[in-house]
Design a protein around this ligand. Structure first.
Ligand code: NAD
Length: 538
């Protein structure tokens, strides 16, 4: 069965949906399935198939067959079709919130912002800019004035998209829509935790486009993802952890499949002694705990100047106590549960390690006994020092580690330590000081006096440095990333013979050297060379 043909559970009541009737005496092996659970209630949501290598290859073939007609459309026409998908995202917002909420435990307001608004914002950016971005551009021709050159942007063909679970609609639809705007077809592999969000993205996109086969959804686990990496797609956008990213890169090396890797982060904030502490504390709490800290750009570390450290911590603790965590669909809930049981264990292990090494948990720190789901409350830890997992590994949970520093230099050194480099924020009333710090941070993007906006502004290229990945999504760069840049050079003079061409004339060397000096030597030398050339016997 093709994943794109499965009736997802979101069309039905939220009870478990068996993929096939149970047949205990049958000798036919049942297809492998993913059992999806609502992490905020630990109740079953439904089952989705695990597609094997053959099914993934078939999906890629269908996408490949549909792509040429789509890629041949002018960008403006592609955008007109994609506008239908944009409308579908707006009209189906409640359904997206419900389907995604059930798989992730994310609160309704956060799903609406992170999985609907983010996609709509990105599409609006492309609607305004994609025609210009993808138009062919004239280029200079250097020392060859009798040539004309341009660069043209063409589709790659089929783009593979492997998505994580933390923003499962946005992180599948965002790269897929970018690929489609650029004229590609897409094959999306959603996370095993959130297949129904992936299937819903497929439904909304397939329903909008002239040929539904332009979008394929291949549900499954890591093996399905690996099959997609090795399927012969023309480029692959992988969003996920560093560990899986390395496996993806190794597998992609076999076929030299080009990659965009959007990997994990350990985002720091720097709080200077002249910062607006009320704003910085409020931002720290939102930036650390939105989506239960399960955002790649979550604030995980706060480096705070010693003179304001205690005041900042007090404000953070007061703000944290105001965060309302609960089942995602209850009124007034700010943040829901965590999404993944294994991730809760990882976070608790990091807290245990920090406590054993002298850190203090100031609020939170233990699973909530009053709720059945994966509820780990917002947690603030102080007296955190290097050598603790909390500062060295991605936490991907609702934990803010606060570290006292004595100077800007110390803060910068601490931010740049470690293998991640996704984004950061700097807090100071002195803009020059904040910009100087921002310039010295080894990250893909920095926000001054706010946070998380390196992802939130779709006009900006988003991505990491170091082990946070490479390649860019969003912005002009994101669209060009999923296009093939081809250069076209034309001769415009039609000379009978070019300067470069066999056989070389005995004087070619001298003439070329003269030309190099004339063109690239300093002006005084240019004059001398010209004069000497005039007096030289022929
Ligand atoms: P993950 O690496 O476990 O899985 C991501 C996807 O890869 C899933 O669809 C999974 O099925 C698939 N996969 C697993 N093994 C594979 C293999 N061998 N080959 C191909 N695909 C394979 O990540 P996750 O737990 O789903 O997501 C959380 C991680 O994602 C965090 O590290 C987070 O920081 C990162 N993330 C990064 C960004 C970004 O833009 N930089 C955005 C969101 C999340």
């Amino acid at each position: 069965m093709l994943a794109s043909e499965v009736s997802p559970a979101h069309d039905r009541a939220p009870e478990p949906i068996p993929l096939a009737p149970s047949a205990p005496t049958s000798t036919v092996p049942r297809p492998r399935t993913l059992s999806v659970t609502d992490p905020s209630t630990l109740t079953a949501v439904g089952e989705a198939p695990v597609l094997d290598t053959e099914a993934v290859r078939a999906a890629v073939s269908r996408a490949r067959a549909a792509q040429p007609a789509w890629g041949a459309l002018p960008v403006r026409e592609r955008l007109a079709w994609i506008a239908r998908a944009h409308r579908a995202f707006v009209e189906q917002a409640d359904r997206i919130v419900e389907v995604t909420g059930r798989e992730t435990g994310k609160s309704r307001v956060e799903t609406l912002a992170q999985d609907v608004l983010a996609v709509c914002d990105l599409l609006t950016f492309y609607e305004k800019t994609a025609v210009r971005t993808l138009s062919s551009r004239r280029s200079g021709t250097g020392s060859l004035p009798h040539k004309r050159a341009r660069r043209v942007y063409q589709p790659h063909g089929v783009i593979g998209v492997i998505a994580p679970w933390n923003s499962p609609v946005n992180l599948a639809a965002g790269p897929a829509l970018t690929a489609l705007v650029a004229g590609n077809a897409v094959v999306i592999k959603p996370s095993e935790l959130t297949p129904f969000s992936g299937l819903l993205v497929g439904e909304l996109l397939r329903g909008a486009l002239p040929d539904p086969e332009l979008v394929q959804i291949v549900t499954g686990d890591g093996a399905t993802g690996e099959a997609l990496v090795k399927s012969g797609v023309d480029k692959l956008v992988f969003t996920g952890s560093v560990a899986t990213g390395k496996r993806v890169m190794a597998a992609a090396a076999e076929t030299l499949t080009p990659l965009v890797l959007e990997l994990g982060g350990k985002d720091p904030m720097v709080v200077c002694d002249d910062a607006d502490l009320d704003r910085a504390a409020a931002a720290a709490v939102w930036g650390a705990f939105t989506n239960c800290g399960q955002a790649c750009v979550s604030i995980e570390r706060a480096y705070v100047h010693a003179s304001v450290h205690d005041a900042f911590v007090d404000k953070v603790l007061a703000e944290t106590r105001r965060v309302n965590q609960g089942p995602r669909d209850q009124p007034g809930v700010h943040i829901g549960s965590m999404s993944f049981a294994r991730q809760v264990e990882i976070v608790l292990d990091q807290l245990t390690d920090a406590l054993a090494k002298g850190a203090r948990v100031r609020v939170g720190g233990e699973r909530r006994p009053d709720l059945p789901g994966l509820f780990l409350p917002p947690t603030v830890v102080t007296e955190v020092t290097s050598g603790m997992k909390l500062l060295e590994e991605e936490t991907f949970g609702p934990v803010l580690a606060v570290v006292k520093v004595e100077s800007d230099d110390e803060a910068i050194r601490a931010c740049n330590a470690g293998r991640y480099g996704l984004s950061a924020s700097v807090w100071s009333r002195d803009r020059e000081r904040a910009r100087t710090i921002a310039d010295r941070l080894e990250v893909g993007g920095v926000v001054i006096n706010d946070c998380l906006l390196t992802y939130g502004i779709p006009a900006l290229p988003f991505g990491g440095v170091k082990e946070s990945g490479f390649g860019r999504s969003h912005g002009e760069e994101g669209l060009i990333e999923l296009s093939r840049v081809k250069t076209v050079v034309e001769d415009i003079l039609g000379l009978g013979r070019e300067f470069f061409g066999f056989p070389y004339h005995p004087r070619t060397y001298d003439v070329l050297k003269l030309a190099i000096r004339a063109m690239f030597g300093p002006p005084r030398r240019l004059l001398r060379v010209a004069r000497r050339a005039q007096t030289r016997p022929s």
